[in-house]
Ligand binder design. Structure first.
Ligand SMILES: [Mn+2]
Length: 211
């Protein structure tokens, strides 16, 4: 599964695939125009794999779509309630605005990070989401506190399920499109033992490929 596009000046792409031999993936990438120049990104990993994992992830994706303007902690609670009779999922949420901020919140093992260009074309991790232990739909952490990260045009938001080897992020070429970056990460760094999904987004800035 490969999808990409623009919302305003925010370029995004998602690449994912099911565990080899499975028909459906329990991983989902969600991209929602949240209004006012903001985009809500979510990566969901339904517990385990197969149809039951996909059901949990689909439930959360629908809740996010229907409540996209709510604050991130409220969204997490709404997902939790809606998934009470499912296996549950790990969920990371990231609200990207066209200005200079990413707000994010993660429960369970879906990694989110912001990568930034260093000197001489190098790449470094600017920030990593604080993940709190838990399973949305089964056990939420007591303290759901979204964090804010300042970003500059060109910085890359990268979110991935645990089916992707994230150490691979250091090899990313920021000059490539998000569609190329996610496709390459999936092709090269997906584990054979799990569903896998990676989402990338960035603000292209005034001089970028805005449309
Ligand atoms: Mn997984």
């Amino acid at each position: 599964m490969h999808e990409d596009g623009f919302i305003g000046r925010i370029e995004w792409a998602v690449a994912g695939r099911a565990l080899p031999g499975q028909q459906v993936s329990g991983d989902r990438g969600v991209v929602l125009d949240a209004g006012g120049g903001t985009v809500l990104f979510a990566v969901l990993d339904g517990l385990g794999h197969g149809a039951a994992a996909a059901d949990a992830a689909d439930r959360a994706a629908r809740v996010l779509s229907e409540n996209r303007a709510e604050p991130l902690d409220v969204l997490m609670v709404l997902c939790h309630r809606a998934m009470a009779d499912t296996r549950g999922a790990a969920i990371s949420l990231a609200l990207f605005d066209e200005g200079d901020t990413v707000r994010w919140l993660g429960v369970g093992n879906v990694e989110s990070q912001v990568l930034t260009a260093g000197p001489a074309g190098s790449l470094r991790v600017h920030a990593t989401v604080l993940l709190t232990a838990g399973i949305v739909g089964y056990r939420l952490p007591a303290n759901l506190q979204p964090q804010s990260v300042a970003v500059r045009p060109g910085d890359l938001l990268l979110m991935s399920t645990d089916g992707i080897v994230t150490e691979s992020a250091s090899a990313i070429d920021l000059s490539k499109s998000t569609a190329e970056i996610t496709a390459e990460m999936l092709a090269r760094h997906a584990k054979d033992t799990d569903d896998a999904l990676v989402l990338a987004a960035r603000h292209r800035g005034a001089g970028g490929a805005a449309r």
